[in-house]
Design a protein around this ligand. Structure first.
Ligand SMILES: Nc1ncnc2c1ncn2[C@@H]1O[C@H](COP(=O)(O)OP(=O)(O)OP(=O)(O)O)[C@@H](O)[C@H]1O
Ligand SMILES: [Mg+2]
Length: 512
């Protein structure tokens, strides 16, 4: 016996003529956590889809051995029965179903007559959520009532409910807060101690370094190196990922911050289901021309609600005024907001950012179709020039603009959403978690782009849970907590500690 729980040998997978995986080996021991690292589009998710039979046996080349025996699974159900459980990068929850129903989807507890045993499922779901430190989630409410971070934990709960020998976590923490990530890492450590093997994929490399025993780096579908973590550090992982040393995480580009261009006055948002509860409570702030304004805070602080309200995308009741260039403007719908010069890249790309049935190019031009439609015919020439410009500007990795958007890697889908909004030529660009799931190299490109846009006089509001990023690119930082503005800081000598203290309500404000 090899001592391996699982071995993948010479895995190759093509999409059309393009090799997404080009002969990859991966071997995992029981209780081992492998960090699978690589840039956007390197092939990480594809390799895990091969392993979990999302791509069934026969649709790829190579061999998979489980306990030394060939595994030729034709469906995810089969790999799940073998104990291989995958948590996908894109959430797979059904918004209308309850939290418990989602956790038990395809895995329901039934009564002797065949009817669903809701009390048992609800009880078990509550147990799982306690383990995930989410005791206040109501398991009978629809999943759509909860925000991105909670949904991601619910998705993890769904996996914990299955009997895993190998757990694959593909970007499990992208929308989690630091505290939630700690809970997740504790769970992974606990599973390891019980002998469960894990493959952990994350662009948050500190997290990978903290929990993984072994690091496997792939680039362009090829295996680069497999190294014990104790011989590695974050810098070395990055160097292997990008094929060179990266000595700077944040670009610097001086840009002038001008006069006030936008003002949000007394914005309040009410909870969709409990209209008496305020999600955003009387928030006012100003934004200057060419300024990058970071909005920090814990999940649930009301950041996404606030910026959605500015863009006319908040689903519930809200009030307040938006002023642009000295004029009160109507941003009550996204279309009106775009007309006034606002653009927004939402946090939840799968539900609000992309149209799954359209191509990369169609997605990019979606927001400005009128500009390319002369009377009724769409001007294909101008459209494809504009699309190609954006693809180049953002270094978006796609074999062709005609590919379906869902064929792009997660990070490249994010770039496509960004490209779409830039085409509208905004004065105020709202970015909600702009680098979620984006690799270190591409993050640098996105920051550079933000700084270039700011230098061109575009004002940017960036909501981000990564404090390092907020401090790395913002000119000024707002901190929210429980729907209120808890602090406002010029980003000079500002530290993560100061921002966190404000987020949990321990400080006042500096500057204005
Ligand atoms: N269904 C598909 N059709 C065509 N090409 C695809 C398809 N799925 C993936 N690809 C391509 O295969 C390559 C690998 O993609 P994959 O999603 O595995 O990357 P990844 O390493 O997970 O990236 P990320 O960090 O952005 O999630 C990419 O170039 C992608 O465009
Ligand atoms: Mg991926």
């Amino acid at each position: 016996m090899s001592g391996y729980l699982l071995e993948m040998k010479g895995i190759a997978k093509h999409f059309g003529g393009v090799a997404a995986l080009d002969g990859i080996d991966l071997a995992i021991r029981p209780g081992e956590c492998i960090g699978l690292c690589g840039e956007n589009g390197a092939g990480k998710s594809t390799l895990m889809k091969v392993l979990s039979a999302v791509y069934p046996h026969g649709s790829w080349d190579g061999e998979i051995l489980l306990d030394g025996q060939p595994l030729r699974a034709r469906s995810v159900r089969e790999t799940e029965e073998a104990g291989i459980i995958i948590i996908h990068q894109e959430l797979m929850l059904v918004p209308e179903l309850s939290v418990a129903e989602n956790i038990f989807l395809g895995n329901e507890i039934t009564l002797p007559g065949g009817r669903l045993d809701y009390p048992a499922m609800n009880r078990r779901a509550e147990e799982i959520l306690r383990e995930l430190k989410l005791p206040d989630v109501n398991v009978v409410l629809p999943v759509k009532n909860y925000g991105g971070g909670h949904q991601q934990l619910i998705e993890i709960g769904k996996a914990l409910n299955k009997k895993a020998r190998l757990l694959i976590l593909d970007e499990p923490s992208a929308s989690l807060t630091a505290a939630e990530i700690e809970v997740l890492l504790a769970i992974v450590r606990d599973l390891k101690a019980k002998g469960v093997a894990c493959v952990y994929i994350s662009h948050k490399l500190e997290e990978v370094a903290a929990v993984c025993d072994t690091i496997t780096v792939i680039r362009d579908g090829k295996h680069i190196a497999t190294t014990p973590m104790h011989d590695m550090n974050v810098e070395r992982i990055i160097a292997q990922m990008v094929g060179r040393e990266m000595n700077q995480m944040y670009p610097s580009l001086p840009h002038e911050v001008g006069d006030v261009i936008m003002e949000a006055r007394h914005i309040s948002c009410y909870d969709v289901d409990q209209p008496q509860r305020k999600r955003v409570d009387d928030v006012s702030f100003k934004l200057r021309r060419g300024e990058i304004l970071g909005i920090a805070g814990l999940v649930g602080a009301g950041r996404t609600e606030l910026v959605s309200a500015l863009f006319g995308a908040y689903p519930g009741e809200h009030e307040g005024e938006v002023w642009l260039e000295g004029r009160k403007v109507d941003t009550s719908t996204p279309l009106k907001a775009i007309g006034e010069g606002f653009a927004m890249v939402p946090e939840d790309r799968k539900h609000h950012g992309i149209v799954r049935d359209l191509s990369v190019g169609q997605n990019i031009t979606l927001s400005v179709l009128e500009r390319f439609s002369r009377l009724t015919r769409v001007d294909d020439g101008a459209e494809s020039v504009a699309i190609n410009e954006q693809i180049k500007r953002l270094a978006l990795k796609t074999a062709s603009p005609a590919l379906p958007i869902t064929a792009l890697s997660g990070g490249n889908q994010q770039k496509a959403v960004l490209a779409k909004m830039l085409l509208t030529g905004p004065k105020v660009l709202i970015l909600d978690e702009p680098t979620r799931g984006v690799d270190v190299g591409a993050k640098f490109e996105i920051y550079k782009l933000m700084l270039e846009l700011a230098a061109q006089g575009i004002s940017i509001i960036m909501v981000s849970s990564e404090l390092a990023e907020v401090l790395g690119v913002s000119d000024r930082v707002l901190v929210m907590g429980e729907g209120q503005l808890r602090g406002e800081f010029e980003n000079k000598g500002l530290t993560q500690e100061m921002v966190l203290a404000a987020a949990i309500g321990q400080t006042g404000r500096q500057g204005s």
